[in-house]
Design a protein around this ligand. Structure first.
Ligand SMILES: Cc1cc2nc3c(=O)[nH]c(=O)nc-3n(C[C@H](O)[C@H](O)[C@H](O)COP(=O)(O)OP(=O)(O)OC[C@H]3O[C@@H](n4cnc5c(N)ncnc54)[C@H](O)[C@@H]3O)c2cc1C
Length: 269
């Protein structure tokens, strides 16, 4: 859709070209959400792909994903990656409720910064204990992925702050993962998206889509079903279960507990 309130497009080439924040600004990444609905308050777009960030860099101790890396690009790259996490990564890249046109343009950073409960990059980055690297002017902050999203379409980013990259510790790429997703319709928007991880530090579970903000649970070892259920109920007590046209809260709660049990069984096997 045309955004006919926009009067300026800024195309920065390097960090110092990023303009001081102003009312009516938005960063433009893949544009799949920005151009999908009216944005009457916006007057200026700041293009992020023009910064030319390298999409994916595998370093000895970490994997660095530029915020502008597309979901399709990560999916294709993971196909040849050869680590244990690759299948889980690829499934997250395909967990968007959109056609291939959306997936080809949507970026990891756009998905995280839009912060829909069904954001598959939230589940992915939490499961991988990633760190979000944020530029605020000339300051650089490092925020754990499980603290980045605060609620539906709400992140910890201050006005004008830009998500630069996501860093994943290499060691976690060889952990064991189990992913479960539930939607009301085949290939519909996620109503629950959970990822379990088992490694030598224990068991971790990322719960997204069924809750307003992602939950991250950790255990020293695989818990039994009752302990896991109790932990889920305790963690969800503060914000409750998400409610929208993609699933009622009681159904999401039921599916979350059920899918968590399936993840436990898969990783215990
Ligand atoms: C048909 C359809 C289906 C969809 N299904 C889903 C779905 O199932 N799950 C889901 O989560 N989303 C869904 N979306 C929404 C959206 O397409 C995705 O979330 C997508 O990943 C957004 O990425 P983008 O790069 O296109 O972001 P943009 O549209 O470019 O930007 C999204 C928002 O994030 C901000 N932003 C982008 N990058 C940065 C950055 N690096 N730093 C700071 N702010 C930034 C932008 O200013 C904007 O506010 C859907 C959209 C459509 C049209």
């Amino acid at each position: 859709m045309d955004l006919n309130t926009i009067d300026t497009l800024v195309r920065p080439a390097v960090r110092r070209d990023l303009p001081a924040p102003a009312r009516g600004d938005a960063f433009l990444a893949g544009g799949t959400w920005l151009f999908s609905e009216p944005q009457r308050d916006l007057v200026r777009l700041i293009d992020l792909p023009s910064l030319g960030w390298i999409p994916i860099a595998q370093e000895p101790d970490r994997l660095v994903l530029a915020a502008t890396c597309t979901l399709a690009g990560l999916d294709a790259w993971a196909a040849d990656a050869g680590w244990a996490a690759a299948d889980m990564v690829r499934r997250c890249c395909r967990a968007l409720w959109g056609s291939f046109k959306i997936c080809n343009a949507a970026t990891i950073g756009g998905n995280l910064c839009l912060a829909l409960p069904a954001a598959p990059m939230a589940a992915l980055t939490i499961a991988l204990e990633a760190t979000c690297v944020v530029w605020s002017g000339l300051e650089t902050d490092r925020i754990p992925a499980d603290r980045f999203i605060l609620g539906p379409q709400r992140t910890c980013l201050a006005p004008g702050a830009v998500l630069r990259q996501i860093e994943v510790p290499s060691a976690l790429l060889s952990a064991r993962f189990a992913l479960r997703q539930a939607s009301l319709t085949v290939e519909g928007r996620s109503a629950a998206l959970l990822i379990g991880r088992l490694d030598r530090d224990g068991f971790a579970l990322a719960i997204t889509a069924s809750v307003p903000r992602p939950l991250s649970l950790r255990f020293d070892r695989l818990p039994d079903g009752a302990a896991l259920r109790a932990a889920i109920e305790a963690a969800s007590a503060a914000d409750g279960w998400y409610d929208d046209m993609h699933g009622a809260p009681d159904w999401r709660r039921h599916m979350t507990v059920r899918l968590a049990g399936e993840i436990l069984a898969e990783l215990a096997a």
